[in-house]
Design a protein around this ligand. Structure first.
Ligand code: CO8
Length: 260
């Protein structure tokens, strides 16, 4: 399928979503966000898609934020709508029962950091740059940065980044737990695809339950969260993959998972 601002390819169960406005450093305008919603919806529904990778076209940027040129004259109700739609789109990615990896290849500022935060994992090229510079243009993050960033790296560091508006490099992002891996730019996509293929080979229902338990347990009190985990883990015993996984272990062979 053809999109104006996004490249969308599916290969061997792995969907690659590439933000494709390199001249504007892949800044997110409303059209691009609508296209992201469209492809994310396909990814959720298509059973052949097991894992999503989000990345940016060109050498310089993942996404350099929401499109400032488009936003500058928005009235508050229009801004609200743009933000709400962005939230809905990112929440769809965050909660879908398949893992997503942001392959961050350069600037991931403002909305770019926020898109990466909605993914399950972030793999960064050595030249990646993260930050929430909205404060420098009279805003605060509007696509989840004030909520997901403190949950991931702690409130103190999140406040340093959001109130201070500074940029951090990939190494610092790794140190604060914002990114999972730092990779040479030349091997970022290959290494990300390699890990995506590994995730795609896992028993799909267990992947779904693991993600569900972490996502929906995270903000609960521990007792309730543990109960959620018990429920999710127990459900795995209703799958053929659980039977196969345990049988294969006991027979000392590789399991043959079928995704059911
Ligand atoms: N929006 C629009 N255009 C952009 C953006 C952007 N976010 N970022 C870069 N561009 C454009 C530049 O205007 C420039 O265009 P042109 O060639 O036509 O002049 C082109 O991309 C290349 O950019 P630079 O020349 O600036 O490249 P540099 O290498 O000098 O600098 C930077 C790269 C540091 C990334 C710089 O471009 C920059 O600071 N960009 C803006 C970063 C930023 O502030 N991002 C946050 C935006 S706000 C946001 O994301 C809020 C999200 C949720 C709220 C939604 C509210 C409705």
């Amino acid at each position: 399928m053809e999109y104006k601002n996004i490249l969308f390819n599916v290969d061997d169960g792995i969907a690659i979503i590439t933000f494709n406005r390199p001249k504007a450093l892949n800044a997110m305008n409303s059209e691009t966000m609508a296209e992201l919603m469209e492809v994310a919806t396909i990814c959720k529904k298509d059973e052949n898609i097991k894992v999503l990778i989000l990345t940016g076209a060109g050498e310089k940027a993942f996404v350099a934020g929401a499109d400032i040129a488009q936003m500058q004259n928005l009235a508050a109700p229009e801004a609200f709508k743009f933000m709400e739609f962005g939230h809905d789109t990112l929440r769809l990615i965050e909660t879908m029962p398949k893992p997503s990896i942001a392959a961050v290849n350069g600037f991931a500022l403002g909305g770019g950091t926020e898109i990466s935060l909605a993914c399950d994992m972030r793999f960064a090229a050595e030249n990646a740059v993260f930050g929430q510079p909205e404060i420098l243009i009279g805003l605060i993050p509007g696509w989840g940065g004030t909520q997901r960033l403190p949950r991931l790296v702690g409130a103190g560091i999140a406040k340093e980044l959001i109130l201070g508006g500074g940029q951090i490099n990939a190494q610092r992002a790794y140190e604060i737990g914002l990114v999972n891996r730092v990779l040479p730019a030349a091997s970022l996509m290959e290494e990300t695809k390699k890990f995506a293929r590994k995730l795609a080979s896992m028993p799909a229902f267990a992947v779904k339950m693991a993600k569900y338990s972490i996502n929906y347990g995270y903000d609960l009190a521990l007792d309730n969260a543990n109960k959620l985990e018990i429920e999710c883990c127990a459900q795995c015993f209703s799958t053929q993959d659980q039977k196969e996984g345990m049988k294969a272990f006991l027979e000392k062979r590789k399991p043959n998972f079928i995704g059911k």
